[in-house]
Design a protein around this ligand. Structure first.
Ligand code: 13P
Length: 255
């Protein structure tokens, strides 16, 4: 059994106003309390507008507060931007970086992602670095080349591997209901792990892309998969929690 503790992370993306965000956070924290002790880490990453309110609800809970994206600078004249120390100040413990919606929607490069990873780790945050190929890259047989380039360039030198998590999120699987077969997920994770060199065996690698309560079982039984990063299905506490429980069963039964 792997010694890597699974991580189940919720990426709420740009969803939720104050009232729904509070309800959802409360429901997740209650589910975590009733399932305690947990055999995995649970992270909830609301939009920045809800960081404080969700953080207040999660105080004292085993659910970790996370956030989405930051700029590399700690402060300064960056209208509309948010920094890693600002999220840390609100109690965030983790940050999603290099998501394909940033890479492809905002032209973010892997080199920029690496700068953000450095800034987030300097602020004490766990960095969840997303990588993944597009449909065109998959069709062209370039998955390996894309993952290699993204991992090499997005993970900075001297990274703190204890604060590094990689999420393999094929872009074509995000929000589409399509997914790679589990053996392709395992192959991608093994490649990513090998690219990480000596730290590879200890770094958690998550899968993300159309994960839901019905399909998580085929992924959670693969021991190469150290957890999941969940978008749409994390917006309902029941579906998010049944995804998490799939890992609870795997880890606790194996212990
Ligand atoms: P979906 O689970 O909605 O496909 O989103 C995945 C994702 O992008 C998580 O970061």
């Amino acid at each position: 059994m792997s010694s890597r503790r699974p991580m189940i992370a919720a990426n709420w993306k740009m969803n939720g106003l104050l009232a729904d965000g509070r309800l959802l956070a409360r429901a997740v924290s209650e589910a975590a309390a009733s399932a305690a002790p947990l055999c995995f880490d649970v992270v909830v990453c609301p939009p920045a507008t809800l960081t404080y309110a969700v953080g207040e609800i999660l105080k004292g809970s085993s659910v970790l507060l996370g956030a989405q994206d930051c700029v590399a600078a700690p402060q300064g004249a960056f209208t509309g931007d948010l920094s890693a120390p600002m999220f840390a100040d609100l109690g965030a413990k983790a940050l999603i970086l290099g998501h394909s919606e940033r890479r492809h929607g905002h032209g973010e490069t892997s080199v920029q992602v690496a700068e953000k990873v450095k800034a987030a780790q300097a602020a004490g945050l766990i960095t969840i670095v997303c990588v993944g190929e597009t449909a065109a890259e998959l069709d062209a047989g370039c998955t390996k080349a894309v993952l290699t380039q993204q991992v090499r360039e997005s993970v900075p030198e001297n990274v703190d591997s204890s604060k590094l998590v990689i999420a393999y999120e094929p872009v074509w699987a995000i929000g589409t209901g399509r997914q790679p077969v589990p053996s392709d997920v395992v192959t991608a994770h093994q490649l990513i792990r090998s690219l990480l060199g000596p730290m590879g065996p200890t770094v958690r690698i998550l899968y993300g892309g159309s994960v839901n309560a019905a399909n998580v079982g085929s992924i959670s039984c693969e021991k190469e998969v150290d957890g999941v990063l969940v978008g749409g299905a994390s917006l309902k506490a029941e579906s998010f929690w049944s995804i998490a429980e799939s890992f609870q069963k795997r880890v606790c039964l194996a212990a």
